[in-house]
Design a protein around this ligand. Structure first.
Ligand code: PMP
Length: 454
């Protein structure tokens, strides 16, 4: 009978290796040639650690795709989800749900004062797509500027915003998506005499490009306030205010993609707060629920929100404002506030900054370190003087970077790389002692890199 089958099934506990094999057999893994994947089977997880089925403990030093800010097993968030399950799991966006109303209010309460409403999505990619739709409907213009060194998502619309090679699979793409270069001073062909000099250069180029594209055609400029997955590229101080001024001059909307930088990662709730600018539209996902239940959103200025009082908002997703996700989001933001998470990010972030500077000084393979809050990248080079990247852009035939990741993994330090850069972005709950312990492992691995690959 069915009951007998269920009982038998419960008794057979799957082994980690079986889970890995089954997952590989029946599902496709993101961004991978399938033959080479080896997803670690995870049996349990707590805080910044997770364990495989052999009892090995791993440290999550990139927060599960820079997402799991509160770590695993947050009791308050788990309880909020359970309570919502008991009320109901789902309610169409056309009905009013208590958790949806409360999360919307909470999100707006932490946004800049020009932002008045939020449209909920399922994640970051569709947040960016809907931001573009909203900007086009509101402005009546169609061109959208975004940057080459950017990742805004992989679905069709967001993939058109993405500037780096992950967009190639959907080329030739959609019309109206214009790319410009971002301020990546470490690798700029020009030697700038100051940050102000660099800022003026990039802003002049951007303005020139807008004029050549026809300023009257440009609906929006979309930017990650701090470029995330392309290597934690932090703009010089005047850059974002300069972009804001250009937007104001030409009547262009400024859309900040806070999917990775939002919710405390940089030591402020949102990345743009580090630069004293107010965007017209803010997209977010990841840290708002830390993926306990997925959700994203597009927060818009009062002017844009008011426009849709009488004009039809042509956006919709079945799961927009999913009640379970909203319950998780409310509990997550409450946790951030009660735990004073920003204080921890800034205190431990200081230790991270000092440690990274020491690593740069000590290791021949470290060309540049970039950090803000608990968001950082280590850029690996063959030579500090020439800045030649440890692996050339888009090419790593010897698999050098996967080998380095393997060295870290051997020490149970789990992160990911992008091109020649290692990302360090631990959960925001990490303590200074935990961080120091992990960065000692990084130090040892960089010594191995110095000895093996230079
Ligand atoms: N924007 C940025 C800045 C991101 O880092 C990401 C994901 N890494 C996305 C958008 C896409 O979000 P999602 O994967 O939730 O669709």
């Amino acid at each position: 009978s069915l009951i007998a089958v269920a009982t038998v099934k419960e008794e057979v506990k799957m082994k980690g290796s079986d889970i890995q094999a089954k997952q590989k057999k029946y599902s496709l893994q993101s961004w991978s040639a399938q033959k080479n994947t080896a997803p670690i089977p995870v049996e349990k997880a707590e805080g910044m650690y997770f364990w495989d089925f052999e009892g090995n403990r791993y440290s999550d030093m990139s927060s599960q795709l820079v997402n799991l800010n509160i770590g695993f097993g947050n009791k308050a968030v788990n309880q909020a989800i359970k309570d919502q399950v008991d009320q109901y799991c789902f309610l169409s966006p056309a009905y009013a749900a208590e958790s949806r109303a409360n999360l919307a209010e909470k999100v707006i309460s932490v946004m800049p004062d020009n932002i008045s409403k939020v449209f909920f999505t399922n994640g970051g990619s569709d947040a960016n797509e809907n931001a573009v739709k909203i900007a086009r409907m509101f402005s009546g213009k169609f061109k959208v500027f975004s940057r080459y060194r950017s990742y805004h998502g992989s679905s069709f619309g967001a993939g058109n915003l993405t500037g780096e090679p992950r967009r190639y699979a959907l080329e030739p793409g959609a019309p109206g998506f214009i790319k410009f270069f971002d301020p990546y001073i470490y690798r700029e062909a020009i030697e700038f005499t100051s940050e102000a000099d660099a800022t003026a250069y990039y802003l002049t180029k951007l303005k020139e490009q807008i004029i050549y594209e026809g300023a009257n055609n440009v609906a929006a400029i979309v930017l990650e306030t701090i470029t995330g997955s392309n290597g934690v590229i932090i703009p010089p101080a005047g850059y974002l205010p300069g972009v804001r001024a250009i937007c104001d001059e030409f009547g262009i909307l400024m859309i900040c993609d806070e999917v990775m930088t939002g919710w405390g990662r940089t030591g402020k709730i949102f990345g743009f707060e580090n630069f004293d600018v107010k965007p017209d539209i803010i997209t977010f996902a990841k840290g708002v629920t830390c993926g306990y239940v997925p959700i994203g959103g597009v927060a818009v200025s009062k002017e844009i929100a008011d426009y849709f009082d009488d004009n039809y908002l042509s956006c919709g997703l079945t799961y927009s404002g999913h009640p379970l996700a909203c319950a998780a989001g409310l509990a997550t933001i409450n946790f951030y506030q009660e735990a004073k998470i920003l204080d921890n990010v800034n205190a431990v972030g200081k230790v991270l900054a000092e440690t990274l500077e020491k690593l740069k000084e000590k290791h021949a393979c470290v060309g540049d370190v970039r950090y803000i809050g608990l968001f950082s990248a280590i850029e690996l080079v063959k030579s500090k003087e020439s800045k030649e990247a440890l692996v050339p852009y888009g090419k790593d035939p010897e698999g050098v970077m996967p080998k380095i990741l393997g060295m870290l993994k051997a020490k149970k330090f789990m992160t990911y790389f992008h091109e020649n850069m290692l990302i360090v972005a631990p959960p925001l709950i990490i303590t200074a002692a935990q961080l120091t312990e992990e960065m000692e492992k990084m130090d040892e691995v960089l010594t191995q890199v110095d000895q093996t690959f230079l």
